[in-house]
Design a protein around this ligand. Structure first.
Ligand SMILES: C[S@@+](CC[C@H](N)C(=O)[O-])C[C@H]1O[C@@H](n2cnc3c(N)ncnc32)[C@H](O)[C@@H]1O
Length: 402
């Protein structure tokens, strides 16, 4: 088997695959591809000794993800996709989004939730960020996964979850799940994201790679609640929440969110696999959110375009500049947009004046320690908490059972 043939067979997305890896990957993928067979077959083909060293995992996940075979694209079915509007009609959902945006823009200290970074362009810009030299989280997390997939699979099996319903919160391009699926062999894969059109494409790509895997894509804002559609299996739910996205919540909100996951009446989680960025040197953190190419700046400013679209506002993107810094007292990166001149923004009969230098707070990204994260998980009702980290202790992946 040549490594070059791997995409045509549908590879598991794990990075740095060599030829030996390729045969392992193909065996695993085939177990998903055989028509009429279950999506999860015996994993006796697994050979843990052929795992990539972490440094090989520094390749770009999104490159892997896009490198799909044309034949796969022709043969796969489109996965089921469900939009969830928190019990509202789409029109009422749009109205409540507009209200939320207007309220936060009119507050004395204007802000916009980071969930509004993610229209389709925002999702693409985030993918580009993950390829930047400065943005260590994605490749560091990938290295941790690459070194520990078998142990993670074992931890799930020991918790009685050998074939979980894998719920990928904020799945984005699904690249991380693509790599994880061959190891966890889920009975169902449920990518969830607010960036609906982008997710649809990504979920279809996962289906291309794993035609026999049951996939239900869910377009929803999970900050409004974690009630998933009936099509998502209740049994053996494992939430997958990589990329340190939990850090976007204030710590108290993060605790509530984790509690919702663990709640048998809501998220119904039996376990959680979560990636968390750790406290480190402020310069490393700051550069990761203020790269030399200005990709993060573009990502931040694109939020204004999304607000224009969702609220009918008239933000002029060129009148704003990107600001990012580490707030050590609060252990968080902050991103803001700063007005470069006096200006007025208007929408549907309302307006707000911003003076030069005034800011809109667009993101907080809280950084945890292993101890503080372990404590947060315990407080939320998780137990058997364990973690894996990289040699520099820059990032950690936690497994916690309910
Ligand atoms: C930082 S990206 C992480 C993407 C991917 N999981 C990874 O680790 O590379 C955050 C993802 O979460 C999604 N997201 C952010 N807030 C959300 C919300 N409230 N509800 C649903 N999805 C959300 C975004 O669209 C985006 O795809």
């Amino acid at each position: 088997m040549q490594a070059g043939l791997l995409p045509a067979m549908g590879r598991p997305g794990a990075v740095g695959y060599c030829a030996t890896h390729a045969s392992h990957a193909v065996k695993t993928i085939k177990s998903y591809r055989l028509p009429g067979k279950t999506a999860f077959q015996s994993n006796s083909n697994r050979n843990d000794s052929i795992l990539d060293p972490p440094e090989k995992a520094l390749l770009k996940l999104s490159d892997n993800f896009l490198d799909l075979a044309p034949d796969a694209a022709l043969t796969a079915t489109t996965p089921r996709f469900i939009n969830v509007y928190a019990g509202k009609s789409p029109a009422r959902q749009a109205a409540s989004t507009a209200r939320e945006l207007a309220d936060s823009l009119m507050a004395p200290e204007a802000s916009v939730s980071p969930k509004y970074f993610y229209n389709t362009l925002g999702s693409r810009l985030f993918e580009a960020i993950t390829a930047l030299d400065e943005y260590y989280p994605t490749r560091t997390e990938a290295g941790i996964f690459a070194a520990a997939y078998p142990q993670m699979a074992q931890a799930l099996a020991q918790a009685g979850l050998p074939h979980p319903c894998l719920i990928d919160l904020g799945a984005g391009n699904c690249a991380k799940a693509l790599a994880l699926i061959p190891y966890l062999q889920p009975r169902q894969y449920v990518p969830v994201d607010i960036s609906v059109e982008f997710l649809k494409g990504a979920a279809a790509q996962v289906q291309n790679n794993f035609p026999a895997l049951g996939i239900v894509g869910v377009g929803m804002d999970f900050s409004a609640g974690l009630a998933l559609p009936d099509e998502v299996q209740d049994e053996d739910r494992v939430f997958f929440y990589p990329g340190s996205s939990l850090g976007n919540f204030q710590p108290e909100q993060a605790l509530q969110f984790l509690r919702q996951m663990a709640d048998p009446a809501q998220g119904k989680a039996r376990g959680l696999l979560i990636g968390i960025d750790l406290v480190k040197d402020a310069a490393v953190l700051q550069t990761a959110y203020d790269d030399a190419l200005g990709v993060t700046a573009a990502f931040n400013k694109n939020l204004l375009r999304n607000v224009n679209e969702l609220l009918g506002a008239d933000f002029e993107v060129r009148q704003w500049r990107h600001v990012a810094f580490f707030n050590a007292g609060l252990s968080r990166i902050e991103m803001h947009l700063e007005a470069i001149c006096d200006l007025t923004v208007s929408w549907s009969g309302h307006s707000r004046r911003f003076l030069a230098g005034e800011r809109i707070h667009t993101e907080s990204s809280y950084k945890y320690t292993v101890e503080s994260m372990t404590e947060l998980l315990r407080q939320a009702g998780f137990r058997q908490v364990r973690h894996w980290s990289d040699p520099k202790d820059w990032f950690a992946v936690f497994w916690a059972a309910v």
